[in-house]
Design a protein around this ligand. Structure first.
Ligand code: XMP
Length: 211
């Protein structure tokens, strides 16, 4: 029903490569963020790319357009296939990420609404809906929407049509894969897989929800 995206939030190279290799057959993409890149360096992307899976850079890019472009160019030149950007810096900042992504044959996802409880402080009162309209206008490839609030995913789906939804919050944050999988294009799971005694078995447990 959906792709399974492993969020590889470990901070050392040996663990990252061994967990990624063990789970490679069980997942459809790997998401890498600041914990792993700050712990090991950007070169980890090339090592992981050898597994042949799409690599998503979760840097939640949020700067002026020129800086966003510089950041995203580095991301794609490092071997990533997609980048995640924040919307709040505005349409021109998102457009810079989209332009860089598409120039490199990659994708850009925009955070529409975050999954943790505190996200509701600012991601409320029509803000995620406005972000979805921006995503449609500026040609981004999809949004990040919260697996912890499936009802909100349905609302946002109606606004973005065929664009993709990647959804973090399944597992450690309490999101239910059976409920979320039919609603999204990719389910992002971190701790419930990489923190398990047997990460490959933990990833395999999501097999009934994969397309
Ligand atoms: P866990 O361990 O909770 O990891 O399964 C989830 C991963 O996803 C990231 N995350 C988010 N990223 N918008 C995002 O762009 C969100 O709302 C969101 N919630 C969680 C988190 O940083 C971790 O890598």
């Amino acid at each position: 029903m959906t792709d399974l995206v492993l969020s590889l939030d470990v901070t050392d190279r040996t663990s990252a490569l061994s967990i990624a290799a063990a789970c490679a057959e069980e997942v459809d993409a790997i998401k890498v963020g600041y914990p792993l890149v700050l712990g090991t360096g950007l070169g980890i992307a090339r090592d992981l790319a050898d597994l042949g899976l799409p690599l998503i850079a979760d840097f939640k890019v949020a700067d002026i357009p020129n800086t966003n472009m510089l950041i995203c160019d580095q991301v794609f030149e490092a071997g990533f296939s997609a980048v995640i950007a924040q919307a709040f810096p505005g349409p021109d900042s998102i457009a810079a990420c989209v332009e860089s992504a598409h120039a490199h044959g990659g994708e850009c996802y925009v955070v529409a609404e975050m999954s943790h409880p505190g996200a509701l402080t600012f991601f409320s009162e029509g803000v995620p809906e406005a972000i979805c309209r921006l995503v449609v206008e500026n040609g981004a490839d999809g949004i990040i929407a919260p697996a912890t609030r499936p009802a909100r995913i349905k609302v946002l789906r109606n606004l973005i049509g065929e664009k993709k939804i990647l959804s973090p919050g399944v597992g450690a944050q309490g999101g239910d894969p059976a409920e979320v999988a039919p609603l999204v294009d990719g389910m992002i799971v971190g701790r419930a897989i990489y923190g398990a005694v047997d990460p490959a078995a933990a990833a395999r447990a999501y097999a009934p929800y994969r397309r």
